[in-house]
Ligand binder design. Structure first.
Ligand SMILES: [Zn+2]
Length: 265
């Protein structure tokens, strides 16, 4: 029963996140006007507004004018449903799941805004940072010390990476004929701090390592597939979001496995 509720909540929230992802960067209200087709302007009927299902029934087209509706809408809804269920499976019935769901929601919204607009909205990151710190007081782990350390190291790492790229790596790459523009910006700084506040120092370490691996692997695939020939910047936010999910679900465990493996303990 609770599983079905978690999935349903995720689908409904995912549907709302689609609206936020689309409208907030354009500074449009998220409540008015109600959802409508961008071409024929007809409002979406309530029974055509069911997450995932309606898109499948309408075969991805507007009921009135046949305009194709992006498959990303049902994908965001399904992804949110899946991650809400995963949060309940991992953290059980309680505040830890609420905290996980808040972080997951932040990550989904911001990652897709970053993909679309190459910005990580500052307001979301700062609100998330505050929520993450409050969450560590209300529902540890991580304890507040770990959350503060995670936030500080997260911001510090991004600052270090930006400076390292700007003053060293970009020049090295250019010498080898690769003109790759930086994909990391100062928007990533409070974003990594938010992630650290939610998952603590161990979780953040795992999240950053995972984000770098995702970034390098997917960046190389994009380059070899010819999708990124001119070295245009690949936004780092979505990789940080992916890494944060790894840190959230498996952070402390992976951290301890690594420490044992490296013989540091
Ligand atoms: Zn239409």
């Amino acid at each position: 029963m609770i599983w079905a509720l978690a999935a349903l909540l995720g689908l409904v929230f995912g549907s709302f996140f689609n609206v936020v992802i689309w409208r907030v960067p354009l500074h449009k209200s998220i409540s008015t006007p109600p959802s409508h087709c961008p071409r024929c302007r007809k409002p979406i009927r309530p029974y055509d507004n069911m997450p995932v299902l309606s898109w499948l029934i309408l075969r991805g087209r507007c009921r009135d004018c046949g305009l194709p509706i992006s498959a990303r809408y049902p994908l965001v809804e399904a992804l949110t449903g899946l991650l809400f269920v995963a949060a309940y499976a991992r953290f059980g019935y309680g505040l830890l799941t609420v905290k996980a769901v808040v972080l997951i929601s932040m990550l989904i919204i911001t990652a897709f805004i970053d993909l679309d607009h190459q910005i990580l909205p500052f307001g979301f990151s700062v609100a998330g940072l505050v929520l993450g710190l409050a969450g560590s007081v209300a529902a540890p782990p991580p304890e507040i010390q770990g959350a503060l350390a995670g936030a500080a190291v997260g911001a510090g790492f991004i600052l270090f990476a930006i400076l390292l790229w700007r003053y060293l790596l970009a020049g090295v790459f250019r010498r080898f004929g690769v003109d790759q523009k930086e994909g990391m910006g100062f928007g990533d700084l409070p974003y990594a701090a938010m992630i650290g506040a939610f998952v603590g120092l161990k979780g953040l370490t795992v999240a950053l390592a995972a984000a770098v691996v995702f970034g390098v692997v997917i960046g190389l695939i994009a380059r070899s597939a010819g999708r990124n020939q001119r070295g245009q910047p690949i936004p780092f936010g979505p990789f940080l979001a992916l890494g944060a999910l790894v840190g959230l679900f498996f952070g402390p465990q992976l951290f301890d496995i690594y420490v044992r493996f490296a013989g540091l303990q």
